[in-house]
Design a binder for this molecule. Structure first.
Ligand SMILES: CC(C)(COP(=O)(O)OP(=O)(O)OC[C@H]1O[C@@H](n2cnc3c(N)ncnc32)[C@H](O)[C@@H]1OP(=O)(O)O)[C@@H](O)C(=O)NCCC(=O)NCCS
Length: 154
């Protein structure tokens, strides 16, 4: 059974293991550490004692941003990201946030499907936002800015 709780810097090794397994251009450990605490909030999924997924969010006034969400490859496809995202939205509602934003690589069809299913809509394209290893994209890839307006859905 999967359980959920926030993590701190003591969990950095487990967070980085998932981060590097999941992303072509993972955050550095320094970036990850800088996103634990302060205006950032998180939730991690555990299978018994093993950290198997997490999200990192940022709060800036009425706006929350989903900075990162990852599920360890062996645990993908089991609804864990859906539960993490649902918890993120519950947290946003508790905080009386007005908007949730995120950016996603245009090639990341799995994440885009997850976000659309959760109610996010496409708001804008950020041209050449991400570094890319695909040579046909000149080393960069567009980001899709997606969002949910909670104030409109109340
Ligand atoms: C994106 C990610 C977090 C999804 O995690 P997950 O736990 O496997 O997702 P879930 O099992 O909760 O699935 C939720 C939805 O995502 C989509 N999805 C998940 N796996 C999919 C796949 N292989 N193909 C297409 N859509 C998929 C579906 O819409 C799915 O809903 P459904 O099962 O009702 O069809 C995971 O693939 C991951 O860590 N990817 C690498 C990191 C990343 O890209 N993060 C997003 C950065 S913006």
């Amino acid at each position: 059974m999967i359980s959920f709780k926030p993590v701190t810097a003591v969990d950095i090794k487990a967070l980085m293991q998932i981060e590097t397994a999941c992303h072509s251009h993972p955050w550095t450990e320094k970036t990850m550490l800088s996103c634990l605490g302060g205006r950032y909030f998180n939730l991690a999924a555990f299978q018994q004692q093993q950290l198997v997924g997490f999200y990192i969010g940022e709060q800036a006034g009425p706006d929350l941003t989903l900075m990162d969400i990852c599920v360890a490859p062996d645990f993908q496809g089991q609804g864990i990201a859906k539960q993490l995202l649902s918890a993120f939205i519950d947290y946003a509602e508790q905080q009386q946030a007005e908007n949730i934003f995120l950016e996603v690589r245009e090639s990341n069809t799995v994440a885009i499907a997850l976000y659309q299913q959760t109610g996010f809509i496409e708001m804008a394209i950020r041209k050449n936002y991400y570094p890319s290893k695909e040579s046909d994209k000149n080393g960069f890839e567009d980001a899709i800015l997606m969002g949910i307006s909670l104030s409109l859905s109340l």
